[in-house]
Design a protein around this ligand. Structure first.
Ligand SMILES: Nc1nc2c(c(=O)[nH]1)N[C@H]1C(S)=C(S)[C@@H](COP(=O)(O)O)O[C@H]1N2
Ligand SMILES: [Mo]
Length: 418
């Protein structure tokens, strides 16, 4: 049985095998499931074991991806798998808060724009969106706010992401600002909030999984798009098919997957995971381990400057006398990266790396460098990016926060020169 965890999606709310599941099973078996009407609640026929179980989001992923959790699916990417300039689907981290929706039909899918601050609600089919507005393609960095959480001490609750909860794929869709202009906004619009089709882990359809948003100034940026394609193909189901809100530079939690509604709000959006302490950090720095009350937190907006060494892979051995060629990417939320540096002596000295311009605003920037280790032995290569406001990555753990967000400490790899 490949994934007992996804069985949630096989049963209806009362715990009986869904009619659709039964139909699929019958087709796959090539015969009738006699006495299907007598199956006990929450009972999964053994046939699932024989057939290999329900669709598995890992089936399309690189074998070295790291599953942190499978209920819901949270899958980290090792840094060396992020070496491509544009992140391929099979190396893209997965961060789900609920269950991947089962039935996606692009033919009947719609996007509704509603909320207090629209002049009137409007609904578009996918074909409408493609026809009515001009398609745009952007490379956009999506980084989970919890990326790097594993590096915080004391340990904080949540998925223990290492470095890989970040991607920069090429997204195609239409500008949200074009759609909103077509709908017509009232002057009191301050925020948008998205709604996606995924189901809460409890399977209660009335319970929202996640519904986050951004202030109008971010919603109306050119690069904020409602996308139907990723890397030139339909968006993979795991990553939000058939329609996704894609907003670069901010916590990826604002990029709503399986998008069906956007509400334009006359106040800060109050959907699931906008309230409480989710995706928030203390307004004032706290001593590690201290968790202040809710009203002392602020919403994370632009993500901090950060970089990755994607080549070589940590733990590599290199022949003595050769320079070490290394490369990776750097990004800085809403800002650009201005400088990239490498150290091979634990941060005592730094040398500049070559840094490319981004393909477009909010895309990551590629960098490369060569270092010459003086003699055989163990080395660490550290990488440090500085953004265009002069803010650099910290070499040690940044400001600890109770939810473990925004760890942008320098990435480092181990290399042996033999
Ligand atoms: N509908 C929906 N959208 C969602 C989520 C989700 O659980 N449901 N997770 C968010 C979070 S927290 C992150 S980090 C990104 C992850 O995107 P990915 O799985 O495509 O890499 O999607 C965001 N959009
Ligand atoms: Mo996230």
């Amino acid at each position: 049985m490949s994934n007992v965890d996804s069985t949630n999606q096989l049963f209806d709310r009362r715990g009986f095998l869904r009619k659709s599941t039964l139909a699929t099973l019958t087709t796959l078996l090539g015969t009738e499931l006699v006495f299907a009407d007598r199956l006990p609640r929450h009972y999964l026929p053994l046939a699932f074991d024989l057939l290999g179980g329900p669709p598995d989001p890992m089936a399309d992923k690189h074998k070295d991806m790291i599953v942190l959790n499978d209920k819901p699916w949270n899958v980290d990417t090792p840094a060396h798998l992020l070496d491509d300039k544009v992140t391929p689907a099979d190396r893209m981290f997965i961060r789900n808060n609920g269950l991947i929706p089962e039935k996606i039909d692009p033919e009947t899918w719609t996007l509704t724009i509603n909320g207090e601050s629209v002049k009137g609600a409007k609904t578009y089919s996918l074909a409408d969106l493609k026809k009515k507005f001009r398609p745009q393609t952007y490379q956009l960095v999506l980084e989970c706010a919890g990326n790097g959480r594993a590096g915080y001490y004391p340990k904080t609750a949540g998925n223990q992401w290492n470095e890989g909860a970040v991607s920069c794929a090429e997204w195609t869709g239409v500008r949200l600002k074009d759609i909103l202009a077509d709908v017509g906004l009232k002057s009191d619009a301050v925020y948008i909030g998205y709604y996606g089709r995924d189901l809460h882990l409890s399977q209660d359809p009335k319970q929202a999984v996640i519904s986050r948003g951004v202030p109008m100034h971010k919603a109306l940026e050119d690069e904020t798009i409602v996308a139907w394609a990723m890397n030139g193909k339909d968006i993979p189901l795991t990553h939000g098919a058939p329609l996704r809100l894609v907003i670069g530079g901010w916590p990826a939690s604002v990029s709503g997957k399986w998008l069906h509604t956007i509400s334009v709000r006359n106040k800060v959006h109050d959907g699931a995971k906008m309230t409480g302490k989710s995706y928030k950090v203390p307004i004032n720095p706290v001593e590690p381990g201290v968790d202040p009350p809710e009203d002392k937190f602020k919403i994370i907006e632009s993500m901090p400057v950060k970089s990755l060494i994607t080549f070589p892979k940590t733990g590599t051995s290199i022949k003595t006398g050769q320079p070490i060629a290394l490369r990776g990417h750097a990004w800085a939320g809403d800002r650009a990266v201005r400088k990239m540096e490498i150290s091979l002596d634990f941060g005592a000295t730094w040398q500049p790396a070559k840094l490319d311009a981004p393909r477009n605003r909010l895309a990551w920037q590629h960098w490369s460098a060569e270092v010459k280790p003086p003699r055989p032995g163990y080395y660490e290569l550290w990488a440090r990016a500085t953004d265009d406001a002069g803010v650099a990555q910290p070499m040690v753990m940044p400001q600890w926060n109770p939810e473990g967000y925004c760890n942008n400490a320098c990435h480092r790899i181990a290399v042996k020169v033999v």
